[in-house]
Design a protein around this ligand. Structure first.
Ligand code: PLP
Length: 372
């Protein structure tokens, strides 16, 4: 028996967003669509199929499991793992044709050894740290590393990439990273080390830094129609909406309280709706007392704290709303929409966390069937 909570995914909106990104970066720049964490909670297979229909044939994933899911679905294009795994898992890259990110010599050696045995050459992408402080060597350490990688004859240097930590807030820092990366590309070319692809742009790169496109971009969040920062002017179509039903309504009198902590106190007679969604479903507890929802297109406030399986809504005197009515937690209303960005602002988090934390157990309904 399913609880009355679900997610709708608008695949036409996904198409519109990827076309928009293509029009921005131009046809000479390849799109590596980032599908990690089950396509940011949208569901990796339907999203991948739709993007493939739109001509995207390079996917970035966060785990080997996600790459295998894509292969089992029949996808034959390129899959790049944007993270790293222990060398004990090297055989998976060969068996499933996954392109690894390489930042470590012992992994590269193991991959080379296994590829040699079956006479295959495995393309790899090397990550360089220009300021993220995460995976990869700094540019001044990378040359000796690449010299060693070059000697592995069953690996081919296909990509070189870097990542931006502050593309929303610090353009000096980001431009400095870009300069470092471009200088490195030139220096390496001079040393006869070149790659087919150079990439640096995440969503914010695509929006704000045209000279970060190089010949490949790695958008994630904007594919899904969500803006990584408030001030970007880009027009996108939200792909995901999040819905639940009213399962109970009661009238309460002034002075009555609602929910844990009794933080909502009725000032006058009001109707309180109980809705079948809670923090265990991925509707953050931090939305307690502050979130808004849409019912029949109108805006209402949450009453009190978010519970594990429930939230309560203050309907005021609105008699038009009944048990069984649909509550839009993220999605379109009459006069206004509620976006993942709004929930993030109310909960003092980032929209990435809002969409990736919607429970995977909640059913996703897809509005436009892709080929299958
Ligand atoms: C997640 C990720 C991206 C996509 O970032 P967005 O901000 O969602 O566009 C790009 N590159 C790497 C390496 C990532 O891990």
């Amino acid at each position: 028996m399913r609880r009355q909570v679900w997610v709708n995914i608008d695949l036409e909106a996904l198409s519109a967003n990827v076309r928009k990104i293509k029009s921005i970066v131009g046809s000479s720049v390849k799109i590596l669509a980032v599908l990690k964490q089950s396509a940011y909670g949208h569901g990796i297979i339907p999203v991948a199929r739709k993007l493939y229909e739109e001509g995207v044939d390079v996917f970035g994933v966060g785990s080997i499991g996600e790459a295998i899911q894509l292969r089992e679905d029949g996808y034959q294009g390129q899959i790049i793992l944007l993270s790293i795994v222990s060398k004990g898992l090297a055989s998976f890259f060969i068996r499933f044709g996954i392109t690894p990110t390489v930042v470590d010599l012992s992994f590269a050696r193991e991959l080379d050894r296994q590829a040699k045995k079956i006479k295959r050459v495995i393309p790899v992408h090397i990550k360089v740290d220009t300021g993220m402080g995460r995976l990869g060597f700094y540019p001044d350490q990378i040359y000796p590393f690449l010299e060693k990688i070059k000697k592995f004859s069953s690996l081919s240097l296909e990509g070189l990439y870097t990542h931006f930590p502050v593309a929303d807030t610090n353009s000096n820092f980001t431009n400095r990273q870009l300069n470092i990366f471009q200088k490195l590309i030139k220096d390496l070319k001079r040393q006869n080390i070149s790659f087919n692809y150079y990439h640096s742009a995440n969503s914010l790169g695509v929006i704000n830094y045209p000279n970060s496109y190089l010949n490949m971009v790695r958008p994630g969040l904007i594919l899904y129609g969500i803006k990584p920062s408030a001030d970007s002017g880009l027009e996108l179509k939200p792909v995901l909406s999040f819905k639940a039903r009213i399962i109970f309504i009661k009238e309460i009198s002034p002075g009555k309280t609602v929910g844990y902590g009794s933080e909502f106190v009725a000032k006058k007679h009001t109707r309180i709706a109980t809705v079948s969604v809670g923090y265990a479903d991925g509707y953050p507890w931090a939305l307690s007392n502050c979130a808004k929802v849409l019912i029949k297109g109108k805006v209402f406030n949450i009453a009190g704290r978010v519970c594990m399986d429930h939230i309560m809504i203050d309907l005021g005197q609105d008699k038009g709303i009944k048990k069984g009515d649909i509550v839009t937690l993220i999605g379109k209303g009459q006069d206004r929409d509620i976006k993942a960005e709004d929930l993030a602002a109310w909960a003092q988090t980032i929209p990435y966390e809002i969409v990736t934390r919607i429970s995977r157990e909640i059913p996703r309904h897809y509005s436009a069937k892709s080929t299958n």
